[in-house]
Design a protein around this ligand. Structure first.
Ligand code: UDP
Length: 299
């Protein structure tokens, strides 16, 4: 909207909140439609950012059949719309298409190690089919597609009950509850700040590249290192509690972003310490525990 575009936001609010878009209500360039994309919709648009689908394991596993429907029927509906109005379509795919990866860091040509019948497959396989659909609409019907593979992303305005690791640790620390580390905490993830990710998505949409392109921050941390960083920043007295590792939890994850750098001139700019500080400040405003975030030492 700041670049002069009109935006129609479709959301069924399954994992979102109206509070997060309140700032745009009343803006003549903004429209909100409460809609579930598993049902078709007719609109006149020239670009579609298809971001619909819960991304947190606890939310996408709550109703796994619905997750598959969103990724298959929802993606078909959005691709059908793109085909009808000749819009460009961007798919928010995921690093989960690599499953529990056997190569490290992950490049886009790696085909993945996904369990087709596990508890994560509604999301992993759902997104893999979504990619297939995008490429088939592109080959068969000339739909202009862009495919981003998004790695772990975090930041302000995540729901308090989102269930992913960054918001869990921040909320637990602000409420003086122990931080729940699953397994021994030696598994790794690479955390991208939301503003960097949005910048990457817009660059990809407006580029000439179809993708897939990895979008993520290549700085890799163990989950225990993340817990320590949150402890240092919010409350160093908070305990760490070890809980069982969920089934099929990927051991290591880190994007190779050579393609994003070369094709889009994109790379993340916000280090974890800085992004975490902004996230803690946002959550502490909402939770009402006004802890001043201290800069954490390097982890
Ligand atoms: N995790 C954890 N404690 C939590 C939530 C998650 O230790 O309270 C771990 C989880 O087992 C995984 C990593 O943190 O190894 C990232 O989990 P998340 O759900 O954020 O994303 P994903 O597994 O989809 O990458």
């Amino acid at each position: 909207m700041e670049q002069g575009h009109d935006v129609i936001c479709l959301d069924n609010f399954y994992t979102g909140h109206k509070r997060n878009i309140l700032q745009w209500f009343g803006n003549p360039h903004f429209e909100l439609v409460r809609h579930d994309i598993t049902e078709p919709i007719r609109l006149e648009v020239d670009q579609i950012y298809h971001l619909a689908c819960p991304a947190s394991p606890i939310h996408y596993q709550y109703n796994p059949i619905k997750t598959v429907k969103t990724n298959v029927m929802g993606t078909m509906n959005m691709l059908g719309l793109a085909k009808r109005v000749k819009a460009r379509f961007l798919l928010a795919s995921t690093s989960e298409v690599y499953g529990d990866p056997e190569i490290h860091p992950q490049t886009e040509d790696y085909r993945g190690n996904v369990n087709p019948i596990g508890i994560r497959s509604c999301y992993d396989e759902g997104k893999r089919v979504a990619e297939t659909l995008a490429f088939d609409y592109h080959r068969q019907s000339d739909v202009q597609i862009r495919v981003a593979r998004i790695f772990n992303t975090y930041g302000p305005r995540m729901l308090e009950n989102d269930g992913r690791v960054v918001s869990n640790f921040v909320v637990q620390a602000l409420r003086n509850n122990p931080l729940t580390v699953y397994g021994d905490g030696s598994q790794t993830r690479s955390f991208c700040y939301v503003a960097d990710l949005v910048d990457g998505l817009m660059k990809l949409m407006n580029s000439d590249q179809v993708g897939p392109v990895n979008l993520g921050n290549p700085d890799e941390y163990t989950i225990l290192e993340l817990a320590r960083a949150v402890q240092e920043m919010v409350n160093s007295a908070i305990e760490i509690k070890f809980e069982p590792l969920p089934q099929d939890d990927p051991r290591r994850r880190k994007p190779d972003i050579t393609r994003a750098k070369a094709w889009l001139d994109w790379q993340p700019t916000v280090p974890l310490q800085e992004g975490l500080k902004l996230t803690v400040e946002d959550f502490s405003r909402r939770i009402g525990n006004h802890v001043a975030a201290q800069p954490a030492p390097a982890v």
